[in-house]
Ligand binder design. Structure first.
Ligand SMILES: Cc1cc2nc3c(=O)[nH]c(=O)nc-3n(C[C@H](O)[C@H](O)[C@H](O)COP(=O)(O)OP(=O)(O)OC[C@H]3O[C@@H](n4cnc5c(N)ncnc54)[C@H](O)[C@@H]3O)c2cc1C
Length: 306
């Protein structure tokens, strides 16, 4: 059982099915997608959540892991300009082509073109390291984070300082600082408080460019559902999980609005659900915090030293 048909739950379900497991996804709403779902009004479709398709290699990697070519399912369009930044009365159209971007920023701040070129290669180095060392690692123990390559990067770039201070080493105008500071919102942070490591998000935003799935984000969701269906996943909508049973530190059964299902489960809902009073074990106690605290959270949560 996988609880939740958001992008996370759909991906987990497909991966399990590819591994030979019989999988059913339980979703409380009438359609899949979760925060990335689509609202349909007449002939119009509205993306309810994401509109920036960044880091295409991640979703492509998932499709390849599932033995499929993503372009058989949905097409991506690279946006140009990538986006428009508005600061007070000033607008900045950000081109997707890096050479053009260097010229645009040079017009805003003298000499900023060459600084932007160095900035993009610096954040690319951080981004590549994050893909290699952070993104796909479970971080079961603290030892995992004590990685010489990560520590070297943190020291040499002074990533214990705030994102804003990291960015100030490159740019001075308010407009360009906003351009490189605002991406911290993607990680739910404030550029004056989150560590400089967050600058790595600027590589997909400024270096790779922003993509959009043709036909809307709903097409990515539908692709994951069709791919899951091909692999044998079944989906039950309008079936809310109202309780879970726990054996040891694992969920062993779920109670839904319609039935009790005894199966190994994976919960792909926001943490508020698994920690909320509505999600009680059959004995009436709240679900134990089975998610062991992962030290991998540390690099993204440490206080900055400014
Ligand atoms: C406005 C907005 C804009 C965003 N923009 C971007 C963007 O541009 N780019 C980007 O990459 N990301 C963006 N995001 C983030 C992205 O949408 C989410 O990170 C992603 O969709 C989360 O997927 P998920 O599967 O982890 O969780 P969710 O999408 O939350 O999926 C959880 C699912 O579980 C279901 N569920 C919950 N409780 C139960 C229950 N008790 N029983 C059964 N089912 C249950 C929910 O209905 C939901 O379908 C944005 C998010 C929002 C809200």
């Amino acid at each position: 059982m996988v609880v939740g048909a958001g992008i996370g739950g759909l991906s987990v379900a497909a991966l399990l099915a590819r591994g030979g497991v019989e999988v059913e996804v339980l979703e409380k709403l009438s359609s899949p997608g979760g925060r990335a779902r689509t609202l349909r009004v007449g002939e119009y479709k509205f993306d309810m959540g994401p509109s920036w398709y960044l880091m295409p290699e991640v979703m492509h990697g998932l499709f390849r892991e599932l033995g499929r070519d993503p372009s058989d399912y949905f097409k991506l369009k690279k946006l140009n300009p990538s986006f428009k930044l508005k600061v007070g009365e000033r607008d900045l159209e950000v081109p997707s082509n890096v050479e053009e971007l260097l010229q645009v920023v040079h017009r805003v701040e003298r000499g900023a073109g060459s600084k932007m070129s160095v900035y993009i290669s610096t954040v690319k180095q951080m981004y590549d390291l994050a893909l290699k060392k952070l993104l796909y690692r479970p971080f079961e123990s603290l030892i995992d984070i004590i990685d010489p390559e990560i520590l070297k990067e943190v020291r040499s770039l002074n990533l214990l300082s705030s994102l804003h201070n990291f960015n100030r080493k490159f740019f001075s105008s308010d407009l360009l600082l906003k351009l490189v500071d605002f991406s911290s919102v993607f990680l739910g942070g404030d550029p004056y408080r989150v560590p400089g490591l967050y600058a790595l998000v600027n590589y997909p935003v400024l270096g790779q460019g922003v993509f959009y799935p043709e036909g809307g984000f709903g097409n990515v969701v539908e692709s994951l559902v069709s791919l899951g269906t091909e692999l044998g996943v079944t989906y039950s909508y309008e079936e809310e999980v109202v309780g879970v049973e726990v054996k040891g530190d694992r969920m062993s059964a779920v109670r839904t609005s319609k039935r009790r299902v005894e199966e190994t489960c994976s919960c792909s809902t926001p943490i508020m659900f698994t920690r909320s009073p509505c999600c009680l074990t059959t004995t009436g106690t709240s679900v134990p915090n089975t998610g062991k605290r992962r030290p991998w959270l540390l690099p993204l949560c440490w206080p900055t030293w400014d």
